[in-house]
Design a binder for this molecule. Structure first.
Ligand SMILES: Cc1cc2nc3c(=O)[nH]c(=O)nc-3n(C[C@H](O)[C@H](O)[C@H](O)COP(=O)(O)OP(=O)(O)OC[C@H]3O[C@@H](n4cnc5c(N)ncnc54)[C@H](O)[C@@H]3O)c2cc1C
Length: 470
């Protein structure tokens, strides 16, 4: 149960904060709540554009006192489920960004995207551990672990966080680091937005030199032989190299360049940091395994890392589904090809197998990042508009069911996709991490104020209905 804000509540929020407050009838409401994923149209009771950490704290105190649930959004890249009530806090105005080139650290506010950090760090010959696109928010990504382009070399982005500025459900702002609050620090790394709103983080940077990366495109007809070659090649790569293979069905839409419209392609993505001669040699088997349509691999400035995965850079309506695999033996490859290979009609626009392992294995139990033991991440997405929704959902479920024998039973929270219910969301954590998160949530957020997105249920779920502290 939660309360709906009254007219007086709204006036009191406006008085308590400096950023803009929007009612659903206000002209700025749609823009304030808009998500990158156009399939998700949030409908909270109220939206608020926070200017800084004090603003976030004041809004959370306001919501806690009225038992009004709170959601947070930076870019809406992770908007897989809709926010249907309560207060949506938008952090996109929180653009603090500073770099300490001597300490090799960065501090960013909750609205900063990877693009801004990559450009600022490059000036100092440094880079952060960004994922496949520079358009996602650093904090949302990192709270989910953050699977970087160079993850096999450096581990998850959250492995390199120095501290979090966190507003908890009681509206207090605290700095959380390994020395001061080790358990909370561990739970924030991979625990997503369960325990509060992170208003800023500090994290380590790395030298950005000697990146060799890009993509190789093959015609879809070669899907079977490329997948076969990838399965034989990828597990033998050194940790300095990361790779993924995507089956891409380009839509028959104007946004796709004419000759590629409606085509089925296979896209190998590759990133290596180190000797470029070695990188080129590592790629040889994949250059030779099938006819190549386009090869853009080569030395690349890190700030141009978007060229590796070539993710969409403008908002699209999508439905996503991801899970983790223990391997891709012949049976798994057959299952993939039967549902997504050449000659198959599928509304799944992209299906990506991303090699894990290397430094991503980290130290299990030291944080809440799931999937450290998995061999591959498998992620799919398709255009989610009414005519394609039902067949898309059916196709996503079909592929997931077909790959069940090779699934670890877990998902990577950032790439989980739409979640059906609490049981489905819980697949993002192993049982022990889930228990620790639920216990911390019961202590820090007994009202379950932060109940949107990929969240756990507090251990004392009945506390959801407890009277609000005043
Ligand atoms: C094209 C594309 C490529 C991607 N590639 C990768 C990849 O390579 N590696 C990877 O790890 N992930 C990847 N992702 C997933 C992405 O990291 C997640 O969707 C992430 O949640 C995006 O964060 P955001 O803040 O931009 O999104 P938002 O939708 O704004 O936020 C998503 C969720 O993050 C949490 N959150 C955001 N901000 C805060 C905050 N300040 N405090 C507390 N919680 C917060 C909340 O739970 C929120 O619901 C990709 C996503 C897309 C769409």
């Amino acid at each position: 149960m939660h309360n709906q804000p009254s007219f007086q509540d709204v006036s009191e929020l406006r008085f308590a904060v400096n950023g803009p407050v929007f009612l659903p009838t206000d002209p700025g409401f749609a823009a304030e709540t808009a998500a990158f994923n156009l399939a998700t149209v949030h409908a909270p009771d109220l939206a608020f554009g926070a200017l800084d950490a004090d603003d976030v704290a004041a809004a959370v105190r306001w919501a806690a006192a009225r038992n009004i649930p709170v959601a947070v959004q930076s870019t809406g890249h992770g908007a897989t489920n809709m926010v249907e009530s309560g207060l949506l806090i938008s952090t996109r105005r929180m653009l603090e960004l500073s770099i300490d080139p001597l300490e090799r650290t960065a501090r960013v506010g909750a609205g900063v995207k990877w693009k801004a950090l990559a450009d600022a760090a490059a000036v100092h010959g440094l880079m952060g551990l960004s994922g496949s696109t520079s358009d996602v928010g650093i904090i949302g990504y990192t709270l989910g672990g953050g699977l970087p382009v160079l993850g096999r070399r450096y581990g998850f982005a959250s492995d390199h966080v120095v501290s979090f500025d966190l507003v908890t459900a009681d509206g207090t702002l605290r700095v959380v680091d390994a020395a001061g609050e080790p358990e909370l620090f561990a739970l924030l790394r991979g625990g997503k937005g369960n325990l509060g709103i992170v208003t800023a983080i500090e994290f380590r940077l790395f030298p950005d030199d000697a990146l060799y990366g890009g993509g190789i495109h093959y015609p879809g007809e070669s899907a079977a032989q490329v997948l076969e070659a990838f399965a034989a090649w990828a597990p033998g790569l050194p940790e300095d190299a990361s790779a993924s293979l995507a089956f891409v069905r380009l839509p028959d839409m104007e946004l796709v360049p004419g000759p590629l419209r409606g085509k089925f392609l296979v896209h190998l993505r590759f990133a290596h940091q180190g000797d470029p001669v070695l990188a080129a040699r590592l790629l040889e088997p994949m250059r030779a395994c099938a006819p190549v349509m386009m090869d853009s691999t080569g030395p690349l400035p890190y700030s141009a890392f978007d060229a590796i995965h070539q993710d969409p850079d403008s908002p699209v309506p999508v439905r996503e589904c991801g899970f983790l695999l223990s391997g891709i033996d012949a049976g798994a490859r057959e299952a993939i090809l039967a549902r997504l290979g050449a000659g198959v009609e599928s509304p799944v626009l992209i299906a990506e197998l991303r090699l894990l392992g290397g430094a991503l294995r980290g130290v299990p139990g030291s944080d809440c990042v799931g999937g450290r033991d998995a061999a591959y991440s498998f992620f799919m997405a398709g255009i989610a508009v009414p005519p394609t929704m039902a067949p898309l959902q059916e196709a996503l479920h079909g592929v997931r069911a077909a790959l069940e024998p090779w699934s670890t039973g877990r998902t990577f929270v950032n790439l989980h996709g739409h979640s059906a219910d609490a049981a489905d969301r819980s697949r993002a954590w192993d049982p022990e991490s889930y228990r620790r998160l639920a216990e911390a949530k019961a202590a820090l957020d007994p009202q379950n104020l932060f109940r949107f997105g990929p969240v756990v249920e507090p251990l004392r779920a009945a506390a959801d209905t407890a009277p609000a502290p005043v």
